[in-house]
Design a protein around this ligand. Structure first.
Ligand SMILES: [Zn+2]
Length: 317
């Protein structure tokens, strides 16, 4: 990428250096690793801190390679790196046959480590940096241009060593403190890292199973029925409204019941044959219907039937 500024170079002693580490201009003594052209350290102003080629403007100087190297060096010198959250979920069938679900969580935070080593040869894979964490060895992969390839990922999974991947992106003009920018991005940035192989999987899985509990019961769309002799009212809560449906095995519904439904604020919907109530009135309506049911239970069947007949004849044209 020719647009990427080269902010690191190799000095005559073979050491990785940032622009601010060397003398300004050609005096820096750095040579491009790729085309061997002399490099000019540009310490011009706040924005332009980078290495330019003296003659070969076509060469990009491989800034990605050197940035990758700088990131590894930062990890080798540090002793803590930010790791993202780990969440492991497990399901288990209880003795009662019901499935239980649990999870174990490790929040994000700085992970202390020791013994960082670059490019340790694990035969199948050579991680960028290997570190020793409290739970054992761990790999850190730094992606400058490309994420960890599917092939390498498969090998990492096979090894089962926890692996953190950091995607390194720097500001276009990191300014004079290139090392500071790399340290911030490698060690502390939240948004650029993810676990490729999770740590402590077995321990967290056991923890998740120990935490497992029955899922919360789904909200029950309860239907309630109230009986008033040969008239009954069923309440069915919907999303916004409560429907009270009146059923009867008589000529017409007990007028005492339908009369009260209207008096309690129900809006009769002739097309559906229901009274609509506001959902928040459910408890009040249930209490009222319970009381009414007790009252009507005091009436003899003859009284109830008489009332129904009167209502029936009144309703005739
Ligand atoms: Zn070059």
């Amino acid at each position: 990428m020719a647009t990427e500024h080269q902010i690191f170079a190799i000095n005559p002693e073979g050491k990785l250096v940032a622009v601010a580490d060397v003398a300004n201009g050609l005096a820096c003594g750095c040579i491009c690793q790729i085309c061997k052209d002399a490099l000019i350290a540009k310490q011009g102003d706040i924005r332009a801190w980078y290495f330019a080629h003296q003659g070969n403007a076509e060469c990009s100087g491989g800034p990605e390679t050197l940035l990758h190297q700088a990131a590894k060096q930062v990890l080798l010198e540090a002793r803590a790196v930010l790791v993202p959250v780990v969440v492991i979920g497990r399901s288990v069938r209880g003795e009662d046959g019901a499935m239980r679900y649990g999870k174990a969580i490790r929040p994000p935070g700085m992970l202390d480590y020791t013994d960082p080593e670059a490019e340790v040869d694990h035969v199948v894979v050579r991680p960028d940096v290997q570190i020793a964490a409290s739970f054992g060895p761990m790999f850190v992969e730094i992606a400058v241009t490309n994420p960890v390839s599917g092939d390498k990922f498969a090998k990492l999974l096979e090894l089962g060593v926890p692996t953190l991947e950091i995607t390194l992106r720097l500001p276009k003009h990191p300014g004079p403190d290139a090392w500071g920018a790399v340290r911030q991005a490698v060690l502390h940035a939240h948004e650029n890292r993810r676990w490729r192989v999770l740590p402590e999987v077995e321990r967290l899985a056991a923890e998740a199973i120990a935490n497992a509990e029955l899922p919360p019961a789904p909200p029950v769309r309860r239907q309630h029925e109230f009986n008033f002799g040969r008239t009954a009212v069923s309440l069915r809560p919907g999303k916004k409204w409560l429907a009270a449906r009146v059923m009867t095995s008589d000529f017409v519904a007990d007028p005492l019941v339908t009369g009260w439904l209207t008096r309690w604020g129900g809006r009769f919907d002739a097309s559906k044959g229901v009274w609509w109530f506001r959902l928040e009135d459910t408890d009040r309506l249930r209490a009222a219907l319970t009381t009414l049911a007790q009252r009507i239970a005091q009436h003899s069947p003859a009284e109830q039937h008489q009332r129904v007949l009167e209502a029936y004849y009144q309703a005739q044209p």
